[in-house]
Write a protein that binds this ligand. Structure first.
Ligand code: PEP
Ligand code: MG
Length: 876
């Protein structure tokens, strides 16, 4: 039997999202539920994959089925596609498995041409509507299918509005639209070199191709990378009978949410733009009618929408985001999906649904995207700061967070400035999907136009960026190079601040204070998550402040303390430099004696902060180039402290230069050359542990001493011997029976390959996946960013392997190391402390291969807790 590439809405259901995409599956489900859905069919995601396999062509079999299903739709609708008696117009819309709002393309009013527009005018007695459909179609088809920039058409329409002295598209007359259609066609011919296509079937196939192609557009690729959506999934295409929102004052287009997507409040929310098509709502070019107004002006529609909203939410057991059209007073549903929401809303909705008895705790834990939690932990302006702040305006609180930075007006400027380490805010009339990279790079996004569901709002919410939308008081200058707000003029480089939770905009720089997680729902959901997860979550912390913060976010220990980071600041680095330039053991020991009390003090504070939970202290792993004195001033200081001449110090520095410092004299290679370093660090750890243990009889302090960059068993044996001898002597002198463990990072491929050997000495393993990734790929950790973009473009890689664990390669080594290590020692504790320890999909992999804990930066601890719980639930 031939493949089935196309499904009528009546043939699908909500469980078919892999094949029909989210939109297609839900259109089918709404049809099954008896809701008013304009009928249509879905071309499957498999057809999209096939299109790419066939060299970006739709093969004859698929084309044949599209034709066949169009005939079925004609029978259902009683109209005919391309007909000049009773024409059928359709929309063609993308719809992937996971929703990607605004990333792919849509074409409305397809099937129209010169003759069809005449029939539509005549039969409806509404020529303005007919011509409005036509001019929209030419614009969308040219943009999406033929890649003639939308802005060229917009210029023509803006010119027309200026000529007529009107501001809104809806104020243009039939004649204006007819004239515009003529101008559009000329523009099309000039750009493309042929007439605008009038054959409905040709339009359809080209549109389907364009949607398939849009799966691979740059913004979709960026969005997928950010949201962990595989390229291989492809998008489905939905072909649906048009419902017209642009028929006049009794028609409109809108969006609705069954609960508030910003706060999670159980309050129905909707926006409608009268006499408009869907694109007008999403683009945010006009500001829509809000719920209070809808209730009064469209009571019947309001009632019906509310009923549908309740029905869908009960059915899907989650907050629904719906798109609808009102065609001459009659409501049609065009889409429903589990709505995108802020972290705060996600937590509240999950907890409320449990309280309402609609879902259980497990479902609630699965319902919150761990990546989304990031936004909760983002900063805000403190009450104190706000007291003296000068508010200059207010927009819609579209996505939470606090932003402060220099103004830029384009996404490219935002991206470039951020690459230079500058903090910028992106101020736009409105945003479009092309702006995504700039939006990501900016501290926040501020737009003059658009509602809560405009592109800026939806995308910012999804990516966790602070956004204030629809601040209509912003007036841009003609040249777009400045704007006025609150009586002041702002140009590029001026500083403003704004609050995505209140919509308030302030003059100048306001201090952003760290996010405080005092949310009741957050605490509740985290408690539930902790009930399900089997992996522990620790933190990577080098300072007592980090450790305390992580502890308050639920860290159950320190999985990595990078001891070299304890020396970055103040005059501490002087002591390290003295050690580096020492040219005899005696000199080195003298420098180390200065370091010892500092280290011990720090370790004591870490043990205190962790309240008896495990603390892994990794011995020095300084890439030396980060620590050697560089400036004349630094060199002078070293001379003063050591009594050496500048020439002597320079000679030492020159001797330390390494061609490839990341593979140089760091990690365990340091104490093999200079054992006194390990001696000093062991003393500091053991002395600190004894002291804190003596002060807290109810805690059980078992310091975990970790040797970095081991690849050879004998390296481990050599360093461990120094540690054990020193530690035992310290314990004996103190009369203490404190226990301690000596383990290793697994971050060199050779260590993973010989893990059974290494486990004979190491009492625990912890994967350093930063170095393990670097050395497995042979990609420099510091430089890979320079070429990874070209890897994404060429589809060689879909994600940054330093952010998302490469489970195929690096993961294979990890799995092997766990198995080999536990063959030698079945009780071997194994964790991970590379950056991947806070990345949800990597956390899931760690669960699958049986790790005991993940360790990540403090702010990612809640993300890891939730991801670990989800992994445990899903993999049960
Ligand atoms: C690692 O390599 O993954 C690791 C945690 O160590 P560092 O990042 O300090 O090299
Ligand atoms: Mg490392």
């Amino acid at each position: 039997m031939a493949n089935k590439w196309v499904y009528l809405f009546t043939e699908g259901n909500k469980d078919m999202r892999n094949l029909l995409g989210g939109k297609g599956a839900n259109l089918a489900e709404m049809t099954n539920l008896g809701l008013p859905v304009p009928q249509g069919f879905t071309i499957t995601t498999e057809a999209c994959t096939q299109y790419y396999e066939d060299g970006r062509q739709i093969n004859d079999e698929i084309k044949g089925q599209i034709r066949e299903y169009m005939e079925k739709l004609e029978a259902i609708s009683g109209k005919k596609f391309g007909d000049i008696e009773n024409p059928l117009l359709v929309s063609v819309r993308s719809g992937a498995r996971a929703s990607m709002p605004g990333m792919m393309d849509t074409i409305l009013n397809l099937g129209i041409n010169e003759q069809v527009v005449d029939v539509m005018s005549r039969k409806s007695n509404n020529p303005r509507w007919a011509w409005d459909c036509y001019r929209r179609f030419i614009q969308m088809f040219s943009d999406v299918v033929m890649e003639v920039s939308k802005s060229k058409f917009e210029k023509l329409i803006d010119k027309k509005k200026a000529e007529k002295g009107v501001t809104a598209d809806v104020d243009l007359t039939t004649e204006d639209l007819q004239d515009l259609v003529a101008q559009y066609k000329v523009l099309y011919k000039n750009e493309i070199g042929s007439e605008f296509p009038s054959d409905a079937r040709e339009q359809l196939i080209e549109a389907v191709k364009a949607v398939f192609r849009s799966w691979d557009n740059p913004r979709a690729n960026v969005y997928r990378r950010d949201n962990d959506i595989p390229y291989s999934w492809g998008t489905a295409v939905n072909v649906q009978m048009m419902a017209f929102g642009n028929m006049g004052p009794t028609s409109g287009s809108g969006v609705a949410f069954s609960r508030d997507p910003a706060t999670g409040e159980n309050a129905f929310y909707a926006e409608v733009l009268m006499n408009a098509q869907g694109e007008d709502v999403v683009s945010g070019a006009r500001t829509p009618m809000k719920i209070e107004e809808i209730k009064v002006k469209l009571p019947e529609i309001y009632k019906e929408l509310l009923e549908i909203s309740d029905k869908l939410e009960d059915h899907y057991r989650d907050m629904q985001d719906m798109e609808f059209t009102i065609e001459d007073g009659k409501l049609f549903m065009l889409q429903c999906r589990n709505g995108k929401r802020t972290a705060k809303a996600a937590l509240k909705i999950a907890c409320d649904l449990v309280a309402e008895g609609k879902i259980d705790k497990k479902t609630a834990v699965l319902a919150v995207d761990p990546r989304n939690l990031d936004t909760l932990l983002h900063g805000s302006f403190s009450k104190e700061t706000l007291k003296s702040a000068e508010q200059i305006g207010k927009g819609l609180p579209a996505a939470p967070g606090a932003a402060c930075g220099k103004i830029v007006f384009t996404a490219l400027e935002a991206k470039n400035a951020a690459a230079k380490g500058e903090k910028v805010v992106l101020v736009r009339l409105e945003t479009s999907p092309e702006d995504i990279e700039g939006m990501k790079a900016a501290q926040g996004i501020l737009t003059a136009r658009g509602g809560m569901t405009s592109h800026a709002a939806v995308v910012a919410r999804g990516m966790g960026a602070c956004c204030v939308a629809g601040c209509s008081d912003i007036k841009f200058a003609e040249d777009g190079e400045s704007f006025t707000l609150g009586g002041k003029t702002y140009k590029e480089g001026d500083i403003i601040s704004f609050d995505g939770s209140t919509g308030n905009i302030y003059d100048g720089a306001l201090e952003v204070s760290e996010g405080a997680v005092e949310d009741e729902d957050f605490a509740k959901l985290m408690t539930w998550a902790d009930e399900f997860r089997t992996m522990k979550v620790r933190t990577n912390a080098d300072t007592p402040e980090d450790a305390k913060r992580a502890r308050s976010l639920g860290a159950e220990g320190i999985g990595l303390c990078r001891t070299e980071h304890m020396f970055f600041e103040g005059d501490r680095i002087d002591a390290i430099r003295e050690m580096i330039v020492a040219d005899s053991r005696e000199e080195r020991e003298k420098a180390l004696d200065k370091i010892l009390p500092l280290q011990q003090g720090d370790f004591e504070q870490l043990f205190e902060a962790m309240e008896g939970n495990p603390v892994t202290i990794r011995f020095l792993d300084p890439p030396l180039h980060e620590f050697v004195p560089k400036t004349e001033e630094d060199i002078e200081k070293v001379c003063k402290n050591t009594g050496k001449t500048a020439e002597q110090v320079r000679a030492v520095i020159e001797g330390l230069v390494e061609v490839n410092p990341m593979m140089g004299h760091r990690g365990c290679r340091l104490p093999i050359a200079y054992p006194e370093i390990a001696v000093m660090q062991t003393k500091a750890v053991i002395r600190a542990a004894i002291k804190v243990q003596n002060a807290h009889a109810d805690w059980k302090i078992v310091p975990e001493i970790e040797v970095p960059l081991v690849g050879i068993l004998k390296e481990m044996q050599f360093v461990k011997k120094i540690i054990v001898e020193t530690a035992d002597a310290e314990l004996k002198a103190a009369g203490s029976d404190l226990k301690y463990e000596v383990g290793t990072m697994i971050e060199i491929p050779r260590a993973a390959l010989t893990a059974d050997e290494i486990a004979k000495e190491a009492e625990f393993f912890c994967f350093g996946t930063n170095d393990l990734t670097q050395m497995t790929f042979g990609f420099s950790r510091d430089d890979a960013g320079k070429f990874l973009d070209s890897y994404y473009d060429a589809k060689v890689l879909e994600n940054d392997p330093f952010a998302k664990l490469d489970t195929e390669g690096v993961g294979k080594l990890m799995k092997m190391a766990v198995e080999l290590g536990r063959k030698t020692n079945p009780n071997l504790p194994v964790g991970i402390c590379g950056e991947h320890g806070g990345d949800p999909s990597s956390v899931e992999f760690c669960h699958e291969i049986g790790l005991d804990y993940v360790s990540c930066s403090p702010f990612r601890v809640p993300i890891a807790r939730l991801a670990a719980a989800q992994a445990a639930i899903v993999n049960k």
